[in-house]
Each structure stands twice: as structure tokens, then as C-alpha cells.
Design a protein around this ligand. Structure first.
Ligand SMILES: [Zn+2]
Length: 247
């Protein structure tokens, strides 16, 4: 007899999450029902799944059913939840404006999660329209110009420098390799200078190549109506300066 009554009394209570699923309620409605005294028969127990989690709420199903229509009229979300949802929707809206689908390759891009662009967008350093411009130009530079190819090709890179610097860049590695066979302090020093020259010239060439391909990307994207027609390279660079650029 006692055992039966025990299981009966256990059956009288249901978890808040069960109540929500079974009766189409929200967490706020259940909590609010308790705050307003519509549900008086409830108890908190240790979470059955995780000991470290907050206590689980059990409520009397019978009492809940008796007040169900009233409870369903309670606000579905608390003010804090509504604020959170508003902020979330505002962020989605910003991302939507900042996204685009490329008419050339159908690729969809948007500021990636965790990217500096998305951070700048959320923090208000960039407008969604500016973030979209960055997304368009970056995509065009990588996908629809020779930029990625040129980055890997020393001769192409050299062509962006003044002729004598370009020549130095191309020769630096060969001279370095020749010197590698020689021993002694002088050879070592010369090698270090050469490497330094090489790195410096390569960085300079990369920067010039990036500017040139960015300009090409801007003009190309304009032809597809993806950018303001009067956008200049300089204006674009000022937008990019607002984020620390990643590549
Ligand atoms: Zn594309």
C-alpha cells in the first residue's frame, strides 16, 4: 500500500521541461505562474542528469491542468528574454545586410563567426553596409583576381616592385643558397642580410600586389553592381582600417 502511494505521489509531479513540452508553455510562463501563486504545489530537486546543474523544478500536474488556460495567457517571455531576442534579431539583421551571394560563383559569404569583421560590426565600428563592402571586395580579390596565385609566385610578386628591387628579390634566394655552402662569419652575416632583404622586399611586393588586386576586385565588383559606383580604393582602405585586417 505504502509503495503504491509513493509512486502515486511521484506521478503527481512533472518536470518543468515536461510541462513546457506537453502543454506548449514557456519557461517564463511556468515561473510566472509560481510567482503569481497560480501554482502552489511545487518543489525543487537535484537535477537528475547533472549534479552540478541548478536544481530541477517539479510542479503538480493536476494543479497545472486546473490553471492551464490562465497560465497560457501569461507573457511567454520575460523582459530580459525579450531584450535578448531583440538583440539577437538586430544582430541577424546586421549579418543579413553584410552578407552577399556572388553572381559569378554563387558563393555566399558573411562575416564569419569569431572574425574581426563580425566583431567590428557588432561593436559598431563598422556599419553593416561597410561590412558587406569588405566581404564583397575580399571575396572578389581571392576568387576573381589572380591575387592568390600571385602570392605564391615570386616572379609575379617581383613585377610589383621597381625593376631593380624586383631583380634583388629574385636574386636574393639564389645568392643565399650559394652562400649556404660557404663557412665562416662573413658568409653567415651575408646570408643574414640577404634573408632580411628577401623578407623585406617580399613583404613590400605583397603589399603592392594586394593593393593592385584590391583595386581590380573593386572595379570588377562594381561592374556587377555589388558596390557603390563611386567607391575608390582609398575609401575602401579607410573602411578596412576600422578593422584590423585578417587575410
Ligand atoms: Zn564569386
Amino acid at each position: 500500500m505504502n509503495g503504491e502511494r509513493g509512486s502515486d505521489s511521484r506521478r503527481r509531479y512533472i518536470y518543468k521541461s515536461t510541462a513546457m513540452k506537453k502543454y506548449g508553455l514557456t519557461s517564463n510562463q511556468v515561473e510566472e505562474a509560481i510567482r503569481r501563486g497560480l501554482i502552489t504545489d511545487f518543489k525543487y530537486v537535484a537535477n537528475p542528469h547533472y549534479l552540478s546543474a541548478p536544481q530541477a523544478l517539479l510542479i503538480s500536474e493536476e494543479e497545472l491542468l486546473g490553471k492551464l488556460e490562465e497560465i497560457k495567457k501569461l507573457p511567454r517571455y520575460s523582459e530580459a528574454e525579450r531584450e535578448k531576442r531583440r538583440a539577437y534579431r538586430a544582430k541577424r539583421k546586421m549579418l543579413e545586410i553584410a552578407s552577399f551571394e556572388c553572381p559569378l560563383c554563387s558563393m555566399k559569404t558573411m562575416p564569419l563567426k569569431g572574425s574581426l569583421t563580425r566583431k567590428a560590426l557588432y561593436q559598431g565600428q563598422l556599419t553593416p553596409e561597410e561590412a558587406r563592402i569588405v566581404a564583397v571586395v575580399t571575396h572578389f580579390r581571392h576568387a576573381h583576381t589572380e591575387y592568390d596565385h600571385a602570392r605564391q609566385n615570386l616572379e609575379r610578386l617581383a613585377s610589383f616592385l621597381r625593376p631593380e628591387e624586383g631583380e634583388m628579390l629574385l636574386q636574393a634566394l639564389n645568392r643565399y643558397l650559394r652562400l649556404k655552402r660557404r663557412r665562416g662569419r662573413r658568409a653567415r652575416e651575408e646570408r643574414e642580410f640577404l634573408l632580411e632583404d628577401f623578407r623585406w622586399l617580399r613583404a613590400k611586393a605583397l603589399e603592392k600586389a594586394k593593393r593592385a588586386y584590391t583595386k581590380e576586385a573593386i572595379e570588377k565588383a562594381k561592374r556587377y553592381g555589388l558596390l557603390p559606383q563611386d567607391l575608390t580604393l582609398e575609401q575602401y582602405e579607410r573602411i578596412v582600417e576600422k578593422i584590423i585586417e585578417e587575410d
